[in-house]
Design a protein around this ligand. Structure first.
Ligand code: FE2
Length: 265
């Protein structure tokens, strides 16, 4: 199958061929949003923002069109007591579905995120499998327990979650602030990550989980990771790779840095 490109997805938004990336305004990606107001909301909620149905329809459709070709690439993992589910790293996405990397590298999209976070955002290094990845909840009981998306980088790492498929009772549940360390907000919030829902948060600051999937249900989400300083010590790199290998993508993806051929699962 021919990979679907973001150029194809955005054709309806771009009057002049060849200028689609640089000419695309922020409003071409996020529909009807006041980015400064979203930024204020982001800061008020301890660097966490959830906006439902905001990703522009052509962009969402471009991402969804790439999913059927990826099904055989899902790497299943199971950590008793913590998580069960599937994932696809950036390396498979680069090979089979470049639309995800194109969105990640879109200057307009990055500008949107910078106005929301108030930070200068940088891409993760090329060998980070989480840079952009898909997470599949497809079997009964698939879930992930309470955790932070801790940054092993020297700077902050922001997670951007985009809902793609939501036919489940699973919910993103979260507590704002760092409830383990400070009395910010111990209330548990709950949201369905419906298609085109955008969630932006500081990985070190949001305690969150995905509740278990029911029978014959399905949930697929895309996450993008941006950092403020991409440097990482060799020790933390090893720790990060081990975590990615065991909990997410397998050893070939986590330690191969995308250089080795990968087998489908
Ligand atoms: Fe997470």
């Amino acid at each position: 199958m021919t990979p679907v490109s973001l150029r194809t997805a955005l054709e309806t938004l771009t009057p002049k061929n060849g200028f689609w990336m640089t000419a695309l305004p922020e409003s071409g990606l996020l529909t009807g949003q006041d980015l400064d107001a979203l930024g204020a909301e982001f800061r008020r909620r301890h660097r966490c923002l959830i906006v439902r149905g905001t990703l522009a329809k052509p962009v969402l459709e471009g991402l969804l069109a790439a999913l059927p070709a990826l099904r055989s690439e899902v790497h299943r993992n199971y950590l008793p007591g913590h998580k069960k589910g599937g994932s696809i790293s950036r390396f498979q996405l680069d090979r089979l579905a470049p639309v995800f990397g194109e969105l990640y590298r879109s200057a307009a999209f990055t500008r949107c995120l910078e106005r929301i976070t108030g930070e200068h955002l940088l891409p993760c290094p090329l060998d980070d499998p989480h840079t952009y990845a898909l997470y599949y909840y497809t079997e009964e009981g698939d879930h992930i327990g309470w955790h932070y998306d801790n940054s092993y980088y020297r700077g902050r790492r922001y997670t951007v979650l985009i809902g793609l498929v939501e036919r489940s009772q699973s919910r993103l549940e979260y507590q704002l602030g760092r409830p383990k360390r400070a009395k910010h907000d111990h209330e548990i919030h709950s949201v369905a990550t419906d298609p085109a829902t955008l969630v932006v948060f500081d990985g070190d600051g949001l305690y969150h989980r995905i509740t278990p999937l029911g029978r014959d249900e399905e949930r697929i989400a895309l996450t993008l990771e941006y950092v403020t300083d991409p440097r990482m010590s060799p020790v933390w790199r090893f720790v990060s790779n081990m975590k990615d290998a065991i909990a997410y993508f397998g050893f070939a993806a986590a330690f191969g840095g995308g250089k080795r051929p990968r087998t489908g699962r």
